[in-house]
Design a protein around this ligand. Structure first.
Ligand code: GCB
Length: 590
């Protein structure tokens, strides 16, 4: 059978390579200062429900049988439709709105051939969910996980005329992260940008610069790792002109730099989002970035930013444009942050997966603290080692991407997961991974309440710095007595953030406060919640659910009509519900 023989070759070999970490595992710090070629814009596109293109080896372009004889084919790339990258296929045509499966993207582009010993990486900002890539008919590898960037070294595949073919499949799977059931829209496709990045033979692979942890304010810690290291570069130069820093630092024989540099930067905070122009040069490679410096820590029930007690005044937000798209523009993101600041927020919880890197860059610039999360959401196959590896990989890719962003103060390892032995091992493992990679931020998760004992109770809390609590008193539970009982009964030794609370309101629907789905009902819930929550000193932040109404495939129902309506602003961002003003006023008092 033609189809099956190719399935075996393709699926078996590539999965094994992925398992061994030999494909899709390239790493390169993302920053300005390098030669890049954007491949964004118009691509050709083909929905492929039965994977015919892969089975039929479209990427070979000439179809042959096993004996090498031509076989008739009925396809031509020229006839594929045109789509925009970044984007999602769901908005291309009404027929694709709820499509979950395979699609193929094709881009032809020219590249001037490499003269010296440079390397070129192909970087895909995000592809939801599984992605396989061919360049000039050669298979580069696959990536799993819909929200983090990944790279391939394409130095040897690049030609003057190039054809890039990308398979993206957003089928929900039990073993995936997230798994089968989640409350947001499963957009499919190349949802973030695609580009080529050129680097010299020895290049800066990773670099991290932050204030030395342990609440010190006069020392920076620099960690650099070079890629392709052959011992040519002996030193790298760090410059931060505004701090009068220009330091040559020695590279060790493994191509690494670890240095402590005396400096007393002005501290970053939402009120003073001070960032410094930083340049790092190693031989021929040079990267530049805007970096802010701050300390974040906890002490008992308190959260300390630069040593000072803060209350996190936030909101949850999904990544979705007002046009019902996952791919968001810079202006869309600026609008979110501006709106949050108008609401007197100093914090946003980016749910439930990594948002675009543009968000954390702009949060640095505009001054808002962030909670970043991976989609370890509800039930996963916690006992499945492949699922763990996948979640861990998504966490690592996110940390590597944003480790120089001052705005990111919390890494969240998950949301509302059942308290089983397998889940505890899985998530405490993730907490450990985070701590190992980054001691300059806090680890959190939205944990569990025991509804029999009326207590915040979750074994995971031992492994994290901040306890998130999602509770929907006033909505899923209509009264507030339970909430008061829980908060009275809970003896936590760490700061708690109410990471979710909310109620549904159809934008513009009015009625009595006890009439469900009206703005008055939603608003009453907010007023009651704030009254209760503000009495508990161990609660050090709130991020109600949610800033904007958002699309969700599991809410195809009478009133919700495909949307989670708990936004305090409508999905098109045009209408502010009554609760908006209650949040704004409450936060103005802190
Ligand atoms: C939750 C989830 C969130 C949902 C929300 C809701 O607990 O964490 O993803 O959208 O409740 O509206 O039910």
């Amino acid at each position: 059978n033609f189809d099956e023989s190719f399935d075996n070759v393709l699926i078996f070999d590539y999965d094994k390579a992925y398992e061994e970490g030999t494909v899709g595992a390239e790493e390169l710090i993302y920053s300005d200062g390098r030669e890049r070629l954007s491949l964004n814009g118009k691509w050709r596109f083909h929905v492929d429900v039965f994977d015919s293109a892969i089975r039929g080896r479209f990427f070979d372009e000439v179809l042959k049988d096993r004996q090498g004889r031509d076989i008739p084919s009925d396809f031509s790339f020229e006839t594929w439709e045109e789509v925009e990258v970044p984007g999602q296929w769901n908005t291309v045509r009404p027929e694709y709105a709820l499509y979950e499966g395979t699609s193929l993207y094709l881009k032809d582009f020219d590249y001037s051939t490499l003269k010296g010993e440079e390397k070129v990486f192909l970087r895909i900002g995000a592809a939801n969910y599984e992605c396989r890539v061919w360049l000039n008919k050669q298979y580069l590898g696959k990536h799993v996980g819909g929200f983090t960037p990944f790279m391939f070294d394409v130095t040897h595949q690049l030609q003057e005329k190039n054809r890039l073919l990308i398979y993206v499949n957003n089928t929900r799977k039990s073993e995936a992260v997230p798994s089968l059931n989640f409350d947001w829209f499963n957009y499919g496709g190349l949802t973030r940008g695609v580009e080529l990045i050129k680097v010299p033979r020895e290049y800066i692979k990773t670099f991290k610069l932050n204030l030395v942890s342990d609440n010190q304010y006069d020392k920076l810690e620099l960690q650099v790792e070079l890629g392709g290291y052959i011992g040519r570069a002996r030193v790298c130069t760090l410059s931060i002109p505004e701090l009068g820093i220009s330091r040559e630092l020695e590279i060790d024989n493994k191509g690494k730099v670890q240095a402590i540099i005396k400096a007393k930067p002005e501290l970053w905070s939402p009120d003073n989002p001070k960032c410094y122009q930083v340049k790092l040069k190693c031989d021929e490679d040079e990267v530049t970035d805007q970096i802010g410096f701050r300390q974040i820590s906890t002490s008992g029930h308190r959260i300390l930013l630069n040593g000072k007690d803060i209350f996190l005044k936030g909101l949850c937000v999904h990544e979705e444009s007002p046009l019902h798209q996952r791919s968001v523009s810079e202006e869309d993101i600026r609008e979110v942050i501006r709106e949050a600041k108008t609401l007197n927020c100093n914090f946003l919880r980016l749910t439930h997966y990594p948002h675009s890197e543009k968000m954390s860059q702009l949060a640095d610039e505009m001054g808002i603290m962030l909670w970043e999360e991976i989609p370890v959401y509800w039930c996963l196959e916690f006992a499945n080692p492949t699922t763990y590896k996948n979640a861990q990989n998504q966490m690592r890719e996110l940390i590597k991407r944003d480790n120089n962003r001052a705005s990111v103060i919390i890494w969240s390892i998950g949301n509302e997961n059942p308290d089983t032995e397998e889940r505890l091992a899985f998530m405490s493992g993730l907490a450990h991974t985070v701590k190992e990679m980054d001691d300059s931020r806090l680890v959190a998760a939205s944990c569990l309440i025991d509804l029999d004992l009326y207590q915040i109770k979750d074994r995971l809390t031992e492994h994290i710095d901040i306890i998130g609590v999602n509770e929907y008193y006033g909505w899923y539970f209509r009264d507030y007595d339970g909430l008061i009982k829980i908060l009275d009964n809970s003896h936590v030794d760490k700061p708690v953030i109410i990471t979710e609370t909310g109620a549904e309101a159809v934008s513009g629907r009015h009625g009595q406060a006890d009439e469900l789905y009206t703005e008055e009902c939603q608003d009453a819930m907010y007023q009651n919640q704030f009254k209760v929550i503000s009495k508990y000193a161990y609660i050090r932040g709130i991020t109600p659910w949610i800033m904007y109404d958002h699309a969700s495939m599991r809410r195809m129902s009478t009133i919700q009509k495909g949307y989670n309506l708990k936004g305090i602003i409508s999905n098109d961002r045009k209408h502010k519900k009554l609760a908006y003003y209650t949040v704004q006023e409450f936060y103005s008092k802190y």
